[in-house]
Ligand binder design. Sequence first.
Ligand SMILES: [Zn+2]
Length: 354
Amino acid sequence: MNSENTVMYSYKCMHRPPSPGAVPKDGLVDVKDFDMRDESGCYGEVVYNRALSNKEVCDYELEPLKEKPKNMMFINAKKSDVDNAVKRIICTKGFGENCDCDACKAYDNGVNPDVLIIDCKNDELGVSDFRDKLKHFYFKSINMSANKVLLIDGADELSDKKQNALLKFIEDYNDKAVLIAMAGEEKRVLKTVRSRVFVKRYSSILAYTDFCEYCKDKAIDKANIYYLLTDGDVNEIKSVNNVEIYSNLILAVAGKNVADYFNLLHISKEKDKEVIVNDRSSILMCYRLIRNVLLDCFLGKMNKEHILTVEGTVWKTKELANKIVELDLEIEKVRNTNSYKAKEFQSFSINLFS
Ligand SMILES: [Zn+2]
């Protein structure tokens, strides 16, 4: 059975016993009537196979019953998935998504004092400072949320020593804060840490739009170029650096090796055959990539060495603007035709580079 289907949602009846009509019917799978109110003033519990809407919870005067949140590690997740998980833990109303309680609002604005975010890529702390930071957070009292959350972005980037420090907190002070960790490469997280968190895995190979969103979450510029160079595998992003991107593209743009260029951009390896390329979007993406390189070069946004490579092998700077205009016209042409052939792509590219 799909684990998504086994999730149950429980609610407390705080104002009246769970009689028919007193609770929503849709998705109701269990009713626990306590006969009399328990020490918290609760008349009973109702269990659903779906999450009730905020409106239903308010209309029927129910209260979400929260289980103790688990320490979790998200592999290759988008930031939005992780944000929702964090909000479900800190929310004082028990909703999480689309909630306007103070805790959720503060988190959305990046100012919730009950969430400590450690961005491991920009974390310069020594091990003992790291330990002190965790200690301070674990032992300070809760300000506005239902729970405190330690959010580690890039757990796989932490050194083994820091991971061991983290492990100590998960083991010894589990009742004080919930750990939510994000990681790219699962295997770079110590086994001892992994065994103590609930691991939720997302595929590392993403569709183009998901890939772009992932890059946006991670503040990675030029997602389209990364996508082409990694085949959409987010685990491969780290292996591609900016210099490499430009080196590859400039060599390609320089037209020194058209076959490489075609391979790089996954257009068509059969360069001598007249193959109709149905996937216009990949050609468009390719032309936009070249435009990107030319524009960066024109605006002087590339490093000097790369500008010299482009100027030296292809064009003088003053010609760049004309090339960009040529490209724009071709992009318009591809947009307005149903069959743009690989051969057209090839001859346009070669002419552009000659
Ligand atoms: Zn909330």
